[in-house]
Ligand binder design. Structure first.
Ligand code: HEC
Ligand code: HEC
Ligand code: HEC
Ligand code: HEC
Length: 382
């Protein structure tokens, strides 16, 4: 159980680790006081250190309008709610307090009713379920950071996600959120965000009109620290238009209408806060994410020829035609039957069978994680 392994944590090694410990309702009383003291010291340090790095990566940190910092709304209210909640119920509830249709992350709700029951229902990988499931052959993860966050024996959101760190190096799909207007100076035109984010960690973008005009004549600037500093360097400004490049692969477009001086929009661009790097490369040498908890099902094209009586997955960790038998295609077909990535493919990116960067088949080639309706014809998404 999670509480029993606190001794393995390098105490006070990192402020993020410390904060995460505070989310657990199972902290032991004698340790609680020490943690609280450490938390307060950390908070005071952050409060009085101008320009200190954010304790959590955007969008899990305050923007110009969303307030998310060390105490609001994740930690103190949660800690105060305390003992009645088990650790596992506490973690999923905390995420769902924002990741619900009416929450601050209402564009990315993950509801308990979405949990998959194979062959029956669901659009999301299971959570709040026992990590060890013998019919499906799952085991506790071997990755220490993930194993530490199997709470009360259960897989929870934080087993798979590190809600404080959005690292590009751990993979997953980058996301540019919808731009939201946060002022009311009378603009009639919309601003939309786009592009494929390629920054190393999450960013909140704040866009501000500096010269009034229409969708081509208005001029604007943008900030990545909620308005403390601006790009481009003054007095330079950027002109409105379609797909105007900001940075890190992100762009914005101005729709038909007028834009008033001072009007602001904000949006985030970030990575899916993964706890460890997604699966890549061969089964014995590559990064294991799905292949960690599900390791008893993992096999390659050689193992598949040796029946040992146990359930296994489709071969993974190998490239197409690894067995040299010549019956694999060189690229998978798209949902409409045309070669994926070539002329004639369908316009739905969520039904693509993606190989990893080395061209290897992985669990995620065929499976998704959330918002997966198992229908090739529909675009998956919240
Ligand atoms: C205080 C509110 C809040 C809480 C609590 C919260 N989130 Fe979020 N989260 C957000 C917001 C806001 C976004 C951005 C939503 C959007 O893009 O529209 C977000 C986005 C995300 C993303 C996608 C990031 C990206 O850009 O790809 C992940 C993954 C995520 N949250 C996981 C979690 C997990 C796991 C927990 C619980 C440990 C959690 N969140 C708790 C507010 C919250
Ligand atoms: C078994 C591991 C696992 C569990 C459990 C899990 N997630 Fe995820 N989640 C992932 C992975 C992996 C991705 C990234 C998928 C990708 O980008 O290809 C992801 C992506 C997301 C995203 C971004 C989705 C998008 O379309 O941009 C959100 C938000 C999120 N998770 C929230 C949660 C919340 C909240 C919980 C708990 C209720 C949770 N996750 C439980 C593994 C998990
Ligand atoms: C932290 C451990 C863990 C990780 C990491 C993990 N799984 Fe699972 N997975 C489980 C458990 C436990 C179950 C059994 C859920 C239940 O009891 O219904 C499961 C079930 C499943 C199922 C059956 C549907 C369901 O949700 O019950 C699929 C498919 C699956 N996992 C795929 C994946 C993929 C793909 C990844 C990588 C993105 C992954 N898993 C990562 C633990 C994990
Ligand atoms: C070549 C595509 C493919 C790959 C690769 C793949 N799966 Fe699957 N998986 C499927 C399909 C299709 C199903 C649904 C049919 C079924 O239940 O067998 C499925 C079903 C499952 C189920 C539910 C089984 C049940 O009892 O209903 C689990 C769990 C699962 N996969 C886990 C994994 C894991 C973990 C990996 C990586 C080690 C993986 N899969 C790799 C295609 C794939």
């Amino acid at each position: 159980m999670w509480c029993g392994r606190t001794g393995e944590v390098p105490v006070g090694s990192h402020e993020r680790t410390l904060e995460e410990r505070m989310t657990s309702a199972c902290a032991m009383p004698q340790r609680a006081a020490a943690w609280l003291l450490l938390l307060m010291v950390t908070m005071i340090f952050i409060a009085f250190s101008p320009g200190v790095a954010e304790a959590s990566d955007p969008p899990h940190w305050s923007s110009s309008t969303v307030t998310t910092d060390c105490t609001t709304p994740c930690h103190i209210p949660h800690h105060a709610a305390g003992d009645g909640l088990t650790a596992s119920a506490g973690n999923v509830n905390l995420c769902q307090s924002c990741h619900s249709p009416s929450g601050a992350a209402g564009d990315l709700p993950i509801n308990s009713s979405d949990v998959a029951i194979p062959g029956t229902q669901g659009t999301s990988h299971a959570f709040d379920v026992a990590a060890v499931n013998s019919p499906l052959g799952t085991q506790e993860p071997e990755n220490p950071a993930m194993q530490l966050r199997v709470m009360g024996g259960n897989v929870v959101c934080s087993t798979c996600h590190n809600q404080h760190s959005a690292a590009a190096s751990f993979g997953g799909h980058p996301r540019v959120s919808l731009a939201k207007q946060v002022t009311a100076f009378g603009s009639t035109g919309p601003v939309t965000s786009g592009g494929i984010f390629n920054g190393s960690t999450g960013v909140w973008y704040l866009v501000e009109i500096v010269t009034a005009g229409n969708q081509t004549s208005a001029r604007f600037r943008y900030s990545k620290d909620n308005g403390t500093s601006w790009f481009p360097t003054a007095p330079a400004t950027l002109g409105a238009g379609i797909d105007v490049t900001l940075d890190s692969g992100v762009n914005i477009s101005f729709g038909t209408g007028s834009f008033s001086v001072g009007e602001r929009w904000e949006f985030s661009a970030s990575w899916p806060f993964l706890r460890s790097a997604l699966d890549s490369s061969a089964n014995d040498t590559g990064d294991a994410y799905c292949r960690d908890c599900h390791r008893s099902w993992v096999m390659d094209h050689d193992t598949v020829r040796t029946y040992d009586g146990n359930f296994k997955s489709h071969p993974v960790g190998v490239a197409l035609d690894a067995n040299g038998m010549g019956y694999d295609r060189s690229v998978p077909l798209d949902g409409n039957g045309a070669p994926q990535g070539a002329a004639g493919e369908d316009s739905n990116p969520t039904n693509d069978l993606l190989l990893d960067s080395g061209g290897f088949v992985q669990c995620l080639t065929c499976h998704g994680v959330h918002y997966v309706d198992s229908n090739t014809l529909t675009v998956d998404g919240p």
